[in-house]
Write a protein that binds this ligand. Structure first.
Ligand code: AR6
Length: 163
C-alpha cells in the first residue's frame, strides 16, 4: 500500500472512502466529523442513525454512505479521547486497522485519513502521526492508497517529517 500525505480538507478528497474521526454517539460533532456531516448532507446522519442505533465503541470502525461528498463511503472510527483520560495507544492504532478492514469489506482501494484523535480529543500530535504511520505500514490490506490529509501547513510538515 502506498502512503502519501497531502495538505487539505478531507471533504474534498476524490477517493473511494474517507475516514471520519467520530465519537461513540455517532450523531455528528465538531472537527472533521462536523465538516463531513456538513459537506455530506443529511444522508450521512440518516445512515448513521440506521446503522448505529447504539453508537460505536472506541477503537472500532463502521461505514455509511458519503452522501454528497465526492467519495463513495465514509468509514467512521472512534478514536480515544486523550483529554478525557483514554490513553491506551492500542485504541488509536485499532482505529486505523479497523478502518482498513472495513475498506476491504467495501472493496475501497483508495482511502483518505485524518489524524484521528489529534484534534479535539487531544492526542499528542507527533505520537498520533507515528501511530498512524506505523499501523498503516504494518497492516495487510487490499487498499492501494492511504492518503493522510493534514489540516494546515504545520500538520503537513509534521507528517512529512515522520514519513
Ligand atoms: N480535513 C482534514 N483534517 C481536519 C479537518 C478537515 N476538514 N478538520 C479538522 N481536521 P478532530 P478528534 C484535523 O477534532 O481529535 C468531534 O467533535 C484536526 O486538525 O476532528 O478525533 C467528534 O465528533 C486534527 O488534526 O477529531 C468527536 O467528538 C484531526 O483532523 C471529536 O471531535 C482530528 O481532529 C473527535 O476528536
Amino acid at each position: 500500500m502506498e502512503i502519501e500525505v497531502v495538505e487539505g480538507d478531507i471533504t474534498r478528497q476524490q477517493v473511494d472512502a474517507v475516514v471520519n474521526a467520530a465519537n461513540r454517539g455517532m450523531r455528528g460533532g465538531g472537527g472533521v466529523d462536523g465538516a463531513i456531516h456538513a459537506a455530506g448532507g443529511p444522508a450521512v446522519l440518516e445512515d448513521c442513525v440506521r446503522r448505529f442505533p447504539d453508537g460505536l465503541a472506541t477503537g472500532d470502525a463502521g461505514w455509511t454512505t458519503a452522501g454528497d461528498l465526492p467519495a463513495r463511503w465514509v468509514i467512521h472510527v472512534v478514536g480515544p479521547n486523550y483529554n478525557a483520560g483514554e490513553r491506551d495507544r492500542s485504541l488509536l492504532t485499532s482505529c486505523y486497522r479497523r478502518a482498513l478492514e472495513v475498506a476491504d469489506q467495501l472493496g475501497a482501494r483508495t482511502v483518505a485519513f485524518p489524524l484521528i484523535s489529534a484534534g479535539i480529543y487531544g492526542w499528542p500530535k507527533e505520537d498520533a502521526v507515528d501511530a498512524a504511520l506505523e499501523t498503516l505500514r504494518t497492516s495487510t490490506t487490499d487498499v492501494e492508497l492511504a492518503r493522510i490529509v493534514a489540516f494546515g501547513r504545520p500538520a503537513y510538515e509534521l507528517v512529512r517529517s515522520r514519513l
